[in-house]
Design a protein around this ligand. Sequence first.
Ligand SMILES: *[C@@H]1O[C@H](CO)[C@@H](O)[C@H](O)[C@H]1NC(C)=O
Ligand SMILES: *[C@@H]1O[C@H](CO)[C@@H](O)[C@H](O)[C@H]1NC(C)=O
Ligand SMILES: *[C@@H]1O[C@H](CO)[C@@H](O)[C@H](O)[C@H]1NC(C)=O
Length: 240
Amino acid sequence: MKAQVLFALFASLQLAYGQSSSPEIVPVPGGLNGTGITTRYWDCCKPSCGWFVPSTNVKTPVETCAANGVNPIDANAQSGCDDDGVAYMCNDQQAWVVNDTLSYGFVAASFTGGADTSQCCRCVLLSFQGRLLGKHLLAQITNTGGDLYQNHFDIAIPGGGVGLFRRGCMTQWNTTVNGWGDPITGVASENECSELPEVLQPGCDWRFEFLEGVDNPDVVFQEVECPADLIAVTKCTALS
Ligand SMILES: *[C@@H]1O[C@H](CO)[C@@H](O)[C@H](O)[C@H]1NC(C)=O
Ligand SMILES: *[C@@H]1O[C@H](CO)[C@@H](O)[C@H](O)[C@H]1NC(C)=O
Ligand SMILES: *[C@@H]1O[C@H](CO)[C@@H](O)[C@H](O)[C@H]1NC(C)=O
């Protein structure tokens, strides 16, 4: 039996017994909040919160991986997006569904406009607006970006576009220079998710299933405490 079939069976059993998952979400008093925009990316690069840099908010950095996307690699290893770099985004740092209205995942974020390392490892509840109203992504901030605007969340979605840094997915997964699909918008349909390595396909599918293929939905956001399930993936914790 395929894992997916087993999972569906398990999920329906859970529903039958009324145990659909509703984790506690704990707002941080006085935390980051406001309205924001989203984009999507998966550039395979080591995320910037994966470094120990004194000026960042990192206590323990985001775990980064060797080229197989599985084996953890030293936090001082150079990013696979740089010449001779060997550190990549770990495969499991993609979004997953918790229940029909909630997913967990990871974002690059900027509140200042530009690369904003002061918020590494914090978590935000992104409440989607418009057609996705009522759906949420509880995300840990694992990355930054010089091309990000104020209150901008770039959601880590495999096949969501490789963006500015083209070496990562080429050296890790042997993609063409444009990665999967368009370098900015990524693959155009869920069918094209099959072009990705199997291990990255669930996160690619998530865009067309949980996010219903909606292009870069707007959000309202509130800082919340990071759930243990997210920290278990990244090992990323903040100084403050
Ligand atoms: C999903 O979990 C959230 C957080 O616990 C909860 O508020 C929401 O009602 C749940 N949604 C469903 C459809 O179970
Ligand atoms: C929202 O942010 C403002 C500062 O911009 C802060 O004063 C307020 O306490 C925050 N609200 C919540 C609910 O965290
Ligand atoms: C990488 O892709 C090229 C072109 O598709 C192919 O010829 C080559 O065999 C691939 N290499 C590996 C290691 O998969």
